[in-house]
Design a binder for this molecule. Structure first.
Ligand SMILES: C[S@@+](CC[C@H](N)C(=O)[O-])C[C@H]1O[C@@H](n2cnc3c(N)ncnc32)[C@H](O)[C@@H]1O
Length: 273
């Protein structure tokens, strides 16, 4: 269950994810922290800065009006599609899926939506489950896209398990296509996940796009900065360039969503190297 569904942090995950799935559909799609398949699109302050504003303005932005994410939102006007639904919408029967979530409600929502697909829902720790899947599945790593967006990136679920960041780095080093989402609330941590994964998986081709914004756009009672980003490993130049364009387009879209007096006053996008 993702209580933050449809906020700007979700947009800077689902917007590039949907485009990657369209540009370079994987044969296998795995998620460590899948959440529910979709959510009733109820209003909230964070969604007002996020998906509700996106629905109002993206159709007028040349770089966003044909995005796969906008199409998916428009297809289900009363529902917010979580990452599992975006993946199933894009890949359908052409892929196999592993969705993990520790929360029984999320697992039930996933089970109810995977009927007819080659899909496995794991109700339990997704880091160990995906590490096991990588050990036992006979697949080419480059045929698998792994999405990981943990709330607790340094959690070690059992003394023997990897943390989500360690799993991400080991999958990246083994040649898997990785999509890792991270967040932070201190500007000095901008791009932190890229640095961590790069130090654990030296030499792997990484791409990182980061958005920094007013914290109150996500948490209405906070001030100052909040940010999030995505780290891609083993992505094609076309995927990287599409994500870069989408990051700039999101920054343009956000130029009129201003919180004067806050530092930062608006969302900005930055490529992290
Ligand atoms: C950010 S939400 C997932 C959002 C979803 N991937 C999306 O983009 O729509 C994080 C999810 O992680 C789940 N979770 C927390 N700890 C977990 C763990 N150790 N293993 C698997 N899932 C976990 C929570 O129940 C929650 O549903």
């Amino acid at each position: 269950m993702n209580p933050y569904f449809g906020d700007l942090g979700d947009i800077w995950k689902h917007l590039p994810l949907a485009e990657i799935l369209r540009l370079n559909p994987p044969r296998h799609y795995w998620e460590t922290h899948a959440g529910s398949a979709s959510y009733p699109l109820t209003p909230s302050l964070a969604r007002q800065h996020g998906v509700l504003r996106f629905l109002d303005y993206a159709p007028g932005e040349p770089e966003l009006q044909d995005s796969s994410y906008l199409r998916a939102l428009q297809e289900y006007p009363e529902l917010y599609p979580g990452s599992p639904r975006l993946a199933m919408r894009a890949l359908g029967q052409e892929a196999s899926y592993v969705f993990c979530d520790i929360d029984p409600e999320s697992a039930a929502s996933l089970r109810s939506e995977v009927a007819g697909l080659d899909a496995r829902v794991v109700e339990g720790d997704g880091v160990s489950a995906i590490a096991d899947e990588a050990q036992r599945a006979h697949v080419e790593p480059r045929d698998v896209l792994v999405l990981s967006d943990p709330f607790l990136p340094f959690e070690r679920f059992t003394p023997d398990s990897q943390t989500p960041v360690e799993l991400a780095a080991s999958l990246a080093a083994a040649g898997y296509r990785l999509f890792f989402w991270y967040s932070y609330d201190n500007v000095e941590q901008r791009g932190w996940a890229r640095d961590q994964i790069a130090s654990l998986a030296p030499g792997v081709d990484l791409w990182c796009g980061d958005t920094l914004m007013p914290a109150s756009f996500i948490f209405p009672d906070r001030s100052g900065p909040w940010g999030c980003g995505i780290v891609l490993a083993n992505a094609t130049p076309a995927e990287q360039s599409a994500c870069q364009q989408l990051g700039h387009a999101l920054e343009n879209l956000s130029a009129t969503d201003l919180l004067s007096g806050n530092d930062p006053p608006r969302l900005s996008f930055q490529l992290m190297r």
